[in-house]
Design a protein around this ligand. Structure first.
Ligand code: NAI
Length: 263
């Protein structure tokens, strides 16, 4: 048991696959989820987030070596912004004092290939300014309107990756040796996507069409353990140089859509 990694969203899907892989490698996991684990808490609100930081501190032996954040939701409701962005930030900041005690601290946040969908820039700015109440008010308004694009979800992911890139290079994060990166999964078969990928789903084809892959979805439906591999590596000591990167683990979806002229 060398390293200790906190994994949020560890009761299901990609988070669970990360936790299982870390344990298989012989390291220790502190599992955080509202649905069970070492720390059971609700990351959608301040009380739950404070509880998470306090309980992780209680369980950990004075330090943790990393955190991987996969607690998240996909519904077009304000709670998605509360968990996917504000819960993520609070979880990472909550364990920072413990990361500072590690010899090789790592932070892996989760965004999504869907961060390339249309988003609401004002809501994203409010997120980045930490103005949760106002951001959630906009989300509540958007939740009442029909959109082709999942605006709340995409905005939560844009905010997550932008926050990660901002923090990653600051003296108090990267400068202290806390290497921080963000993973953008494509479409992964988990409970979160169960309904949209069901055969009778009215949006299954739209989801596939808007997430093109080099190997079509019908031939390769990505499984949680495939996304876990890159996330767990980023949280390991083997990653000594990647910082502030936005890694699309999506079977080429981002490359197909954005091409080669984004630099
Ligand atoms: P999942 O539904 O299988 O797992 C999410 C976990 O987060 C669950 O165990 C759930 O209990 C936990 N969670 C939700 N709300 C919580 C809260 N308020 N407090 C504490 N825990 C909470 O979902 P999946 O697919 O593993 O997704 C994980 C993350 O990856 C999400 O942020 C999702 O947006 C992102 N992602 C998933 C993709 C996919 O295709 N499955 C694609 C791109 C990103």
């Amino acid at each position: 048991m060398d390293r200790i990694i906190v994994v949020t969203g560890s009761a299901s899907g990609i988070g669970e696959a990360c936790a299982n892989l870390i344990e298989k490698k012989g390291d220790r996991v502190i599992r955080v989820d509202r649905d069970g684990g070492d720390v059971v808490c609700d990351l959608s609100n301040k009380e739950g987030r404070d509880e998470m930081a306090a309980k992780v501190k209680e369980i950990a032996p004075g330090y943790v070596d990393g955190i991987i954040t996969y607690a998240g939701l996909g519904v077009s409701e304000p709670v998605t912004l509360a968990v996917n962005f504000f819960g993520l930030v609070a979880a990472v900041e909550g364990v920072k004092p413990l990361l500072e005690k590690s010899k090789a601290p790592r932070v892996v946040t989760s965004a999504s290939r869907s961060s390339l969908y249309a988003h609401d820039p004002i809501m994203v700015d409010l997120c980045l300014q930490g103005r949760e109440e106002e951001a959630l008010e906009i989300a509540a308004t958007l939740a009442k309107i029909e959109h082709e694009d999942p605006l709340i979800y995409a905005s939560s992911k844009v905010a997550a990756v932008r926050w990660t890139r901002r923090m990653a290079i600051l003296p108090e994060w990267g400068g202290m040796g806390i290497l921080m990166n963000c993973v953008h999964p494509g479409i992964v078969e988990t409970p979160l996507t169960k309904d949209v990928l069901a055969d009778d789903s009215p949006i299954k084809q739209w989801v596939y069409d808007t997430h093109p892959q080099v190997i079509p979805h019908q031939q390769h439906t990505v499984q949680p353990h495939e996304t876990a591999g890159i996330s767990v590596w980023l949280a390991s000591e083997e990653n000594t140089i990647l910082v502030g990167q936005s890694i699309f683990a999506d079977l080429g979806s981002e490359a197909i859509l954005r091409g080669d002229n984004i630099w």
